[in-house]
Design a protein around this ligand. Sequence first.
Ligand code: PLP
Length: 470
Amino acid sequence: MKNSPSAGQLDHKYLWHPFTQMRDWLKTEPIILERGKGSLLWDNTGRKYIDANSSIWTNLHGHNHPKINQAIGKQLDKVSHVSALGFANTPAAKLGEQLIRLAKPRSRFPKTEPHLAKVFYSDDGSTATEVAIKLAYEHARRTGRARTPRFLSLDGAYHGDTIGAVSAGHIDLFHKAYSGMLFKTDRVASPYCYRCPFNKAKPERADARKYRKCNMECVDLVQQKFERRQKIGKNYAAFIVEPGIQGPAGMIAQPKGWLAKVAAIAREHGTQIVADEVMTGLGRASSSYFASHAEKVQPDFLCIAKGLTGGYLPMAATLTTQAVFDAFLGEYEEFKTFYHGHSFTGNPLGAAASLASLSLLESKKTSQQRVRLQKSLKSLSKPLWKLDAVGDIRQSGGVLAVELVADWKTRKPFPLSKQMGIRVCDFMAKQGVLTRPIGNVIVVMPPFCTTQSQVKKIFTALQAAISATT
Ligand SMILES: Cc1ncc(COP(=O)(O)O)c(C=O)c1O
């Protein structure tokens, strides 16, 4: 009798993986992940791994969490999906209330900061930012702020893979090929201290944000962008930014105060702020639930995805103000409706998982876990500075990144063609630690429940991998 093909064989035969050179993929046996518990994953041969990347930055509380499982199970017994076109459902409505509450600043913010009042659901990070971009565009037109609204975003920006999100993105490797399909957006330098365009942070063995000697000249560049636009009698509709740390750009962690300063410039010019907190949100990248709040910035659009369901199901939300909502109100025949939506908008299973995840997030246990994880990442990554191939180690909350370089004294990068990041991560996988690089940057972002000894194992594997590979 013929054996049925293995999952690996079926994968190789039928699947096409995202952001993956499939020629390389087809050369090796894939790791087939089958089971998870907490920060651990097991493959189909029983090998155990630490999920040091939170399954592409999604998982907050660990895999197979009984509370989230139970919430999904309970909802499954009722109904798994109903349409948000024409109908309401209880989990989605309750989640809306919780998200608005969670997004309310806990401390005193400047009075000028907007108040988030409405939630528009979609499916993933790309659609969350796409919704914000479309709403900001149309809001700018309807309020007479711009006839052909223009957006400003950062060098290295990545807001997803739908066309609006790609238009606002500035990673040439991903986006250039599609330039013919995109609308024009402006870009401005991000506060990449380690590779400061003004060379205000000469290499040392510490996070470049700490030893930089500058007056935040990068903020002046943002100011100049706005002034240039003003000079021609125009204005940006919105400034799109990842608060705290720019993830896919290579985990570019912002120096304290930068976001508050650039947000103030945007406000002065009457420009709305879109905060892409797809990665940073829900306690991942700061001690606040949202990284913008750590800088006392409340955006006009707050985009949440990845961790919303605890990393269980695809679900996203774009939060916005009453004023934006009101701009779309009118008599039916005025056709001011926001004509946008997805089949799974407001999915009750996702909403039930999200409610359980938010309740965990706000528990005392999780807040202690978050503090402990942030401390472990900080202290246990220190030995990496001994390695010559480590150029920069930067951390924002529970996100840590190690930038590998050919020469730390000159910051000379490894050529991308050497695939140093990929090789280091492949080595780590053999040591039982899973993560994924961004070029030469190794990401360490495990779930909140990751213990100190697991963090230690992650860095032991990373150190061995860098030593063996570079
Ligand atoms: C900051 C940011 N925005 C948007 C996205 C797109 O999210 P998704 O992959 O869920 O579409 C990502 C994904 O990594 C992200 O990191």
